[in-house]
Structure formats: structure tokens, C-alpha cells
Design a protein around this ligand. Sequence first.
Ligand code: PEP
Ligand code: MG
Length: 579
Amino acid sequence: MREFTGISASPGIIIGKAFLYLDENLRIPRYSISPDEIGREMDRFERALKKAIGEIEALKKKTYSDLTEQDSQFLDSHILMLQDPSFIEEVRLSLMERSQNVEWIFFKTIQRQIAMLDNADDQYLRERTIDLHDISNRVLNHLLYRNRISLADLTEEVILVTHNLLPSDALAMNKRMIKGIAMDAGGRTSHTAILARSFEIPAVLGLSEITKIVRTGDEIVVDGNSGTVIVNPDEKVRERSDRAWQAWQKREEALLNLNELPAETLDGKHILLKANIEVPEETDSVLSHGADGIGLYRSEFLFLHPGGVATEDEQYRAYRQVLESMSGKPVTIRTLDVGGDKVIPDIEAVEDKNPLLGWRAIRYCLARTDVFKVQLRALLRASVYGDLRIMFPMISGIEELNRALEVLEEVIDELHKQGIPFSNEIPVGIMIEVPSAALTADILAKRADFFSIGTNDLIQYTIAIDRGNEKIAYMYEPFHPGVLRLIKMVIDNAHAHSIPVGMCGEMAADPYATVILLALGLDEFSMSAFGIPEVKQILRSVSLAEAEEQLGTIMEMKSYVDIDKYVKGWMNEHFDILS
Ligand code: PEP
Ligand code: MG
């Protein structure tokens, strides 16, 4: 038995038989041909193109019911590329000029195109290289008479173990048969992670070498909640995973019943439960988990690609897509939170010394108003498509908030003058994640329309522990009296100025914290969509009066160890907590 830790990319737990899917690197033969063989090589090429097109057409039909408009356009674009006369002519001319076999000529032609796109200024064009890789493999498979086992043809339930998945493979795979995914490559925002989440397939990515360990037929556990994969589990682990799986299933069933119900306490206090997202594709899962809206869209994920900055139109399209798919439910989009631990390639906010205390988030945006204004324009333009709220990250005091609002006003004036429509009623709020902001919440509340407490950073800065350092992870304690007092101060001051307070840090998703946060007066909890049902269940099984009574006891305690022990004991006694 061996256990591996990766990135939890899609929630759920599954035990099953592994299917190792290796798209081993193609070895492309290279040899000279005589001029009278050019016609034959060209015929082979055209036959391979036809087969590749036929394959994509079949894929479109087979997966028809699962295809979104975007998927369908993506497959059509592959067909267009394969039919492009100028591309076919380029291969023909190169064949005549170089007198080499067509696999090699085709491969080199595609490589040239990939290199050109890689250097393009336009991000959209750069991203098209993945399509070229995809069609290149498809055509080469036919030229080399290589039959790949198709993920679309799987007839047995399996857990897919692979190095990486091409977008077309992920689209084509038989989703009913693929029960889990374990992958060497990939992060939470990779294409595979996005698709796994939207197909609700548990997935652990970023496992580095899992394909070197697992063989087809091995039994494996994929725990997408904790981000672990266990290969050939022993009886004890099997039983534990079985129990976790059953609990997970039960929880999913309960979710279906809870979706339509409000998050309301036994004595009628209504709480909003919203979702955090990183990419627009997550909105399906947000809606299917019964969220009241999006409490945090981390817009910096749009910038997380080589080349960095996302253009105004790219941003506008993404924001509009999110607003439209939420059909009028509120969507809070946070402006760029670059720097610190969020290193974005090619954006200069990368620092060696103390990056977490450095040039990040709103500090970066206020220095680079050119980048900030582009984002604000895109947000305003998209605002007519739904209920948008704008949120500034890492505000540390009133000066930064005033300046950010000034820049927003400048952009509003600009759009006004240009006659570009935007909503006049966009609430503008701030994240409270720096202790100085929490301590001046009364001042900030006069200028902000709402607060959202970012406990991930607030805890880090309050207790002075790097949230990514595993050696001091034991000190990362949401129930530290210092943290609880700051949260209380923020909520009380916001309410004194009649503005709502949400929380979008991970503490909002911690079921053990739900009753305390309710009693502290939090109006909105925002978390990954799959965390919503458990928190909702707790809120629906407790009264505000009972929660306040517990809070009274907790706020008297002096040590986080005691608070932690007390809260966990009380919560486990009263609720069925799974995670
Ligand atoms: C936070 O700090 O709590 C937060 C939600 O922001 P992020 O995790 O993106 O820093
Ligand atoms: Mg933060």
C-alpha cells in the first residue's frame, strides 16, 4: 500500500480499478524520399486528414448530448484547421522542397505554427497551441497507423490514471465509466480540473509520478476532498475509505433535498451561502449546489498563464459569462490579487524578500493603474449582464480605499463619455484580510458597501505565520482568541454602519466554525460550492439563541487549544460532521 498527496481538484471519494492511459511520446520517423514518391506521400497525408476529420465528426455525434456550444465550436475549429487549404499547400510545398517523409514534414510544419503562436501578443492565439498539439497527435496517429485505446469506448467503470489529458480526450471520455481521475500534471485551474468539477468526477491532480507507480487493474482510492491517492489499500484503509465514500454519497443525497431550502436557523435567522470560484466554468457546480450567488470570484486566475495580463475583452467575456450564467444572482468579483503567494508569470509583482508583505493586490493595482483600469472597464462593461459587486483585496486603510474608489470614478467617467453602458448600482466592497483594516473597520465601513473577511490572510497576518509553511501549520488557528476578537470587531462595526459582512476565507467552509460565525453575526458565508450543503445543514439545525449562548462561553476562554477542544466536542455532540 502506498499513499500520495496531490492537489484536490474535484471533490468526492472513490475506490476502484485503475486504468492507466499513457499517450507515450510519438517517435516520428525521418527519412528521405525520391521525387516520384511525393504523390504517394501526399495521398497518405490526405487520407490521414480525412480519417482525423471523420474521427472528430464521430466524436461530435457520440458526445452530442454532453456538448456545450463552446465544446462544439472547439471541435469545429479543429475540423477547420484540418481543412485549411493554405496549410495543406504548405505541407505539399515543403514535401517537394525537402524530399522527406510526410510524417516528418507535417510534424515540422505544425511545430513552426506552434512556435509562431507561442510568440503571439494575443493570449487567445497563444492558447490555440493546445489545439495544434491535439490535431497534430490525431493526424500522426493515422499516419503511423497507431491505434490508441479511446477513452470514449470504455465499457467498464475505471479510475483514470494518466500523465495529462488533451482537451479533446477529456471531452471525448465516457464520463459514465470514468469514476475518478489521478493525474501526474495539472493544478486546480487546469482544463482537466475544470472538466472534472463540472462532470462531478473526484480528481486529484499534480501527483508528479503516479503513472510510474500504478498499473492497470491496481485497486486505488482517489480522495478528491483531501487530495490523496492510495494505491493497493490494505483492509483497514479500504474500510475507512468505504465509510468515507458512503458518508460522501449520503451527503450528496442530502444535498439534493437541501438545494431548494434556505439557510435558515431554527429561530428564523436567514444566512446567505455563496460560492467561491476561480474560473467561469465553475458556475454549473455553483448552481447545482444551491448557492445564493458568488461571494468571491478570484479574478487573478484569468491572468495565470504565460504572458500574464488578460486583455480587456478577455476579461469582459469571462465576467459577462459568469454574470449571465448566474441569471441575476449576485456575483462578487474581486479585482486582481496578484503578488504574494499568487505568482503570475510575466507580471512584475514577483519579489524575493517578504513577498507576502510586499507589492501585492491593491498595492500593485494602485501603482499600475493602467492594468487596474483595464480590469475596472471590463467589469463595468459586463455589469449590465447581471448583479455585479466589485471587491478590492488587501485594503489596509482608508487611503487605499479612497484611492481605489477614485480610480473607479475615473473609469466610470471615461465610459460615460464614450457612451458605453454599465450599471449605476454596483455595490463596491472590500476584503478585510489585513489586521489594520479589521482594527479600522469603523472608518472603512463609512466608505465601503460591504465587507468580506478573508481569513486565509487575516489569520496569517494576525498570528504572523506564513499560511504556506508546513512547519508552523499547527499555529494556523482560526479559533485563536485574537482572530475571533478581530472578526467580532469587523462584524460589529459593519453592522453599526448598516453594511453586510461576508466571509470568503476557508474558515467559512469549516463546519466546526459555522455556529461561532453565526453567533458573531456573519451575514454571508462564501466557500467552494461543494462545502455549502454541510454548512447549510448545520445552520438549519441550530437556533441563533443557542449559538449565541455557546459564543458567550467561547469568548471567555483564553487559549485556542481550549476553544478548539470545546468547540469540536460540542459540535460533534450536536451535528453529524463529516469533514
Ligand atoms: C483570504 O485571504 O481569505 C481569501 C479569500 O483570499 P485568498 O485566499 O485568495 O488570498
Ligand atoms: Mg487573501
